[in-house]
Write a protein that binds this ligand. Structure first.
Ligand SMILES: [Zn+2]
Length: 368
């Protein structure tokens, strides 16, 4: 046994060299094979966002009301396309974010490949005592939109419209939406039909409704709608319990965020809320440092309209300014009724960069 062993040892230098060489070559081959197959696999999963595919009932709404329960909500991987390789489609998309569609995931991920937000800037939060106020008007446009725009113009105040096309929608409202945008206000999707039982029947139904309104706004204003939206009834309502989490996940995957509100004018909390109450609620919310105020701009909300001028005049005299949301305000800040579904989906999304405040709170390192 010994000599054998010795003989073996005798040749060890040369053999060891050969073995090492063989090992290195083998590892090299295996690594290359692994990288190539991984690339093929990942490539199969990535679906580029292409600007293509189009698609294609209105009835009155149930309005939102008071603030949603606290602690709820109101109330993908990506990769850069490397240059150098390949096909015609890829050649022009060097800096385009690609969003993955899970091949085993729900089919609705494949719908509306042009319904993505890929250019979202990082979000910020407002400091305590910041005197910026975001008035939001839901459910328009309507006959009350034009006079509202005139008042806003007089006070140089900007606001955000969460619009829909309810049954009483008229063609003339389209030009009002255009005017909103031209005068520096933000126009965002609220819903097309605002019929909650239909809109929240399924994720597919929600997407269909959303896309219809999104394209309508784009068509009549000539611009893409805002990269955020507001749920009909707020993010937590009596109709969406079954689909809410999935809708949030899907919309976040597409790069959209949503805003509820932290201040309520109360104009939807009863039959005919008086102007005095709407004024008092709104001024109280503003002075309590609320940032996003819920109001309505639709038939039946004449009392709201009647108070806008008083609110703007008095709040401006106290140093407040009125701005339109632009999608950079972090909706997960405490002042908006945050919810776990949104936060976890947003943290996973390559498209959404929350503020440092939120990232630190979630124990995630902020990216430089
Ligand atoms: Zn509404």
């Amino acid at each position: 046994m010994k000599p054998k062993r010795y003989r073996y040892t005798y040749h060890s230098n040369r053999r060891a060299r050969q073995r090492r060489h063989f090992l290195i070559v083998s590892i090299g081959i295996v690594s290359v094979a692994a990288i190539v197959s991984a690339a093929i696999f990942i490539g199969g999963k990535l679906v580029p966002i292409s600007q293509s595919e189009k698609e294609p009932d209105p009835t009155p709404s149930t309005s939102e009301s008071g603030p949603p329960p606290a602690g709820t909500g109101d109330q993908s991987e990506s990769s850069e396309t490397e240059s150098g390789t390949s096909s015609e489609e890829e050649s022009s998309t060097s800096s385009e974010i690609q969003v993955s569609v899970d091949p085993n995931g729900p089919d609705y991920q494949k719908k509306y490949p042009d319904l993505y937000v890929t250019d979202r800037p990082k979000m910020h939060v407002l400091e305590n005592g910041d005197k910026t106020v975001y008035l939001t008007f839901d459910d328009g446009p309507s006959d009350l939109t034009e006079p509202l725009l005139d008042i806003l113009k007089k006070y140089d105040a900007k606001v955000t419209f969460f619009n829909c096309c309810q049954s009483d929608y008229q063609d003339k409202y389209s030009s009002l939406m255009k005017r909103c945008v031209e005068e520096g206000h933000t126009v965002a999707v609220h819903t097309y039909s605002h019929v909650m039982k239909d809109v929240y029947a399924s994720v597919d139904a929600y997407l269909d409704d959303f896309y219809k309104m999104y394209k309508h706004i784009e068509e009549v204003t000539g611009q893409k709608p805002a990269n955020f939206f507001r749920f009909p009834g707020g993010s937590m309502n009596g109709y969406n319990a079954q689909v809410r989490d999935d809708i949030i996940k899907e919309m976040t995957r597409r790069g959209f965020i949503y805003y509820d509100w932290d201040g309520d004018s109360g104009d939807a909390s009863g039959g005919n809320v008086s102007g005095a109450t709407i004024y008092a609620n709104t001024m109280d919310a503003i002075r309590r440092d609320c940032d996003i105020i819920l109001m309505h701009n639709v038939f039946g909300k004449e009392n709201t309209l009647s108070q806008v001028e008083n609110i703007l005049r008095d709040a401006q005299a106290e140093g407040y300014t009125f701005e339109a949301l632009d999608g950079t305000l972090d909706p997960t800040h405490g002042y908006l009724m945050t919810n776990k579904e949104f936060i976890s989906a947003a943290l996973d999304s390559p498209l959404i960069q929350l503020s440092d405040w939120r990232m630190e709170k979630e124990g995630k390192k902020t990216t430089p």
